[in-house]
Design a protein around this ligand. Structure first.
Ligand code: DGL
Length: 262
């Protein structure tokens, strides 16, 4: 049986926040990281066009890499296209990333929860359904940011990101109602955990910033048989960019994650 990789997919570098957790649980596995940077940012795409783009990309990716499992490490893509991918490629197991609304509803004490996401994720019927199914007893405030995923890309490449712009983007997450305050903000875009420390520093009051990456990793690991050590060094993990031309800072970042760009 050839050594089939796990494919991790995002519009950019946000999926690395999921990859790092998946690697903790499955260090013996080989990974292919795919960034659709030619399509970045996904937040404002028209839904039918984005759906068609991602399904067609996967036709090629699955043919080329034959992954044992594919992780859609992107809320904006998962909430739109996960069911289409499962239908188009029934032989490949897919794990998605959806806003962690259920755990937030279970943990909140004030009943005021905010979901910080891209405008696409905020618009999705999938997100509304999660609220209706799991958080009808809470007040869920959806906050769509057009710029935060780009800021996260800059921040992780060590470019300057102005505090006042980040402060303005997160401000709508903080709701007061009498003596009740928002106590949980769901990080519903895989780029945002890269900014979590900045968010904490700029927040008007402390909240839990809920990152679902570890839960996604646990779910992915539960779908695969543990793999015996082969004794030989595993093949190198690789990264692919749909633009074919990631910049120098991105190349350096991939290297620091142990990913060879192909
Ligand atoms: N990382 C993606 C997500 O989880 C979206 C980032 C973007 O394309 O702007 O939603």
């Amino acid at each position: 049986m050839p050594d089939r990789p796990i494919l991790v997919f995002d519009s950019g570098i946000g999926g690395l926040t999921v990859l790092r957790e998946v690697r903790v649980l499955m260090p013996e596995r080989r990974f292919v990281y795919v960034a659709d940077d030619a399509g970045f940012s996904y937040g404002d795409w028209e839904e039918d066009a984005l759906r068609a783009r991602i399904v067609s990309l996967f036709r090629e990716l699955l043919r080329e890499h034959a992954p044992e499992l594919a992780i859609i490490a992107c809320n904006t893509a998962t909430t739109l296209v996960l069911s289409d991918l499962r239908e188009a490629f029934p032989e490949t197991p897919f794990v998605g990333t959806v806003p962690a609304i259920k755990p937030a509803a279970e943990r909140t004490r004030s009943g005021l929860v905010s979901v910080l996401a891209t405008p696409g994720t905020v618009r999705r019927a999938y997100t509304r359904d999660l609220i209706d199914s799991f958080a009808s007893q809470c007040e869920v405030n959806l906050v769509g940011s057009k710029t935060l995923s780009t800021h996260a890309e800059r921040h992780i490449r060590q470019e300057a990101v102005p505090d006042d712009e980040i402060r303005a983007e997160i401000a709508p997450c903080f709701v007061e109602d009498g003596d009740r305050h928002t106590d949980i903000v769901v990080l519903a875009c895989t780029h945002y955990p890269f900014l979590a420390n900045v968010f904490r520093r700029l927040a008007p009051w402390p909240v839990d910033w809920l990152d679902p990456a570890e839960a996604i990793a646990r779910h992915a690991a539960s779908l695969l048989e543990p793999k015996a050590e082969s004794g030989s060094a595993p093949d190198e993990d690789i990264a692919r960019f749909t633009s074919g031309a990631p910049d120098f800072a991105t190349r350096r970042l991939m290297q620091s994650f142990g990913l060879a760009i192909v």
